[in-house]
Write a protein that binds this ligand. Structure first.
Ligand SMILES: [Zn+2]
Length: 122
């Protein structure tokens, strides 16, 4: 069943095909300041429901990832990366990391949280 997410003001809304089953908390320099809990999806399972021009984008470091936030209220919304599961950047399989804290009517508390050591990797 699809689950919908929204930033605080509602200017950026998105949907993922299925509820998350696990979350990730990354300690890299960006994620530790942004403070979101992410859930990963293939790009095909993600749909932006509002206008793309409400989405602001931040990039840093190697510029492989695009980190999006609402240009109106500032909430971190989602990021897009190539798939790194093989250890190499696979640009043919883009992945989306949503800010699971934005999901509406969905309780994150029972989900396992993987603590990623992005501080050393990125
Ligand atoms: Zn907003």
């Amino acid at each position: 069943m699809p689950v919908k997410g929204s930033c605080h003001c509602g200017a950026v809304q998105f949907q993922v095909e299925t509820p998350p089953t696990e979350l990730a908390d990354c300690n890299c320099s960006f994620c530790s300041k942004r403070g979101n809990l992410v859930a990963y999806y293939p790009l095909a399972a993600f749909r932006l429901l509002t206008a793309r021009d409400r989405v602001s984008t931040y990039q840093w470091g190697d510029y492989m990832g695009t980190h999006h936030h609402c240009g109106v209220c500032g909430c971190g919304t989602y990021s897009q990366f190539p798939d790194f599961s093989s250890g190499q950047a696979d640009y043919d399989n883009p992945r989306v990391a949503i800010n699971a804290r934005l999901l509406e009517g969905f309780d994150l508390s029972p989900l396992p949280v993987n603590h990623l050591n992005g501080r050393d990797d990125w």
